[in-house]
Design a protein around this ligand. Structure first.
Ligand SMILES: Nc1ncnc2c1ncn2[C@@H]1O[C@H](COP(=O)(O)OP(=O)(O)OP(=O)(O)O)[C@@H](O)[C@H]1O
Length: 269
């Protein structure tokens, strides 16, 4: 039995442009797997393939060894949840309601009983509310349960987005640039949180992390896949990937170069 998510030889073209070519990767239960690469390397396209926003022209996906054809609205039923860049929270709902919205598919009663206010939906709602509060508590933001998201600092809103995804009790969480817009201290706290996700006592979940932030990826991932021009140029544990000449060339080299130019620019000022 092949547990977890696997991408097999995925290829995506947009007109004449090859966004992904022959990309294979696997995320097993208990793992945090990172996808990094320079701008335009194909990270977002890969994320969109797993979410079902982009259908690859070649290759296939599987979940626990069974063929997977992801559709964005069916992901949570497959045990997959995602966060997107930014927080994407509903402004008209409280923090708690936003998190409950992440788990509505687990409610046994359908929408109609809920609209009619029938007793079974009351029970469902109580269950959802309790679970949402537990997740908010786990993420250290339960005190904000009654707040409107747009009154909260970005780092808290970002956690609410994460809580909403976790409320769906996923076995696999897809994170798209979760460090975007966070300060160094918040990135450290996020790293601790991500590292713990596969080891949660209730609802442990593996993580696929697509991220620019090199320090975060190096700190939390068991394995890293490096893309460049849509191809996998390196894959392995962080310490091996960090040393890989292809990575230094494709990604770290570019970063070091950019940092050096920035330092020189500051020095000249
Ligand atoms: N919908 C689209 N139509 C046409 N080209 C696209 C589309 N989406 C992505 N591309 C192109 O595919 C390539 C890969 O883009 P992608 O956004 O996946 O890279 P990325 O690694 O996420 O980059 P970044 O770090 O800048 O977000 C790029 O050349 C991009 O311009």
């Amino acid at each position: 039995m092949e547990d977890g998510l696997a991408l097999h030889h995925i290829g995506v073209r947009f007109g004449g442009l090859t966004a992904l070519e022959d990309v294979s990767l696997r995320v097993c239960p208990g793992e945090v797997v990172g996808v990094i690469g320079p701008n335009g390397a194909g990270k977002t396209t890969l994320f969109n393939v797993v979410c079902g926003f982009v259908t690859p022209q070649t290759g296939s996906l599987s979940l626990d060894g069974r063929p997977l054809r992801p559709r964005p609205h069916r992901l949570t039923r497959l045990g997959i949840a995602r966060t997107l860049q930014g927080t994407g929270l509903f402004a008209g709902l409280t923090v708690l309601e936003n998190v409950m919205a992440g788990a509505t598919h687990t409610a046994r009663a359908g929408l109609l009983p809920a609209l009619l206010g029938l007793p079974r939906s009351d029970r469902d709602e109580r269950r959802l509310r309790e679970h949402a509060l537990t997740v908010l508590d786990e993420l250290g933001i339960a005190t904000h349960a009654g707040a409107a998201p747009d009154t909260l600092p970005f780092a808290v809103r970002q956690r609410v987005g994460l809580a909403r995804a976790l409320a769906a009790r996923p076995r696999l969480l897809l994170l798209d640039e979760p460090a975007g817009g966070l300060g160094a201290e918040d990135v450290d706290a996020l790293a601790d949180l991500i590292r713990g996700l596969p080891h949660r006592a209730a609802d442990p979940c593996a993580v696929l992390l697509v991220e620019h932030h090199m320090d975060l990826v190096m700190a939390v991932c068991d394995r890293i896949v490096v893309l460049d021009f849509g191809r996998v140029v390196a894959a392995g544990p962080p310490e091996a990937v960090r040393e890989d000449p292809a990575v230094v060339d494709a990604y770290l080299g570019a970063t070091v170069e950019a940092e050096r130019s920035e330092a020189e620019r500051r020095h000249e000022q």
